[in-house]
Design a protein around this ligand. Sequence first.
Ligand code: FES
Length: 104
Amino acid sequence: MALRVRVCRVDQIIAGEINAFAVTGVTWPVLVTAVDGELIATPGVCPHEDVSLAHGDLVGATIVCPGHGYRFDLHTGRCAHDGGLVLRRYPVTLVGDEVWVDLL
Ligand code: FES
C-alpha cells in the first residue's frame, strides 16, 4: 500500500525552478519540478551523499547537485556521472489543485 502525502498546490510550482516543500515526517523536502509539461517529484537529497538538492541548479530537465556537480536526468532519474546512482522519482497524483506523491 502506497504512502501518499499532500505536498503542495499546483500554483505553488514555478516552472523552470526547483520547488522544495517540507512534508511532515520526512527529513528532506520533496522537490516538485515542472519539466516539459510534466510534474516530477523527487527526494530533496542527492543519492550520492547527503547533500540537499533544493539548492542545486536546474538546467532544462537536468538537476545539478551542489555537492559534486553530478547531473541527474529528471525524466529517468539517471545520473550522467555514475550509472549506479538514480534519483528516485515519486509517483505524482493531482487531486483537484493539490499535488500528492507516493513516498513508498
Ligand atoms: S553529493 Fe550530490 S554529487 Fe556528490
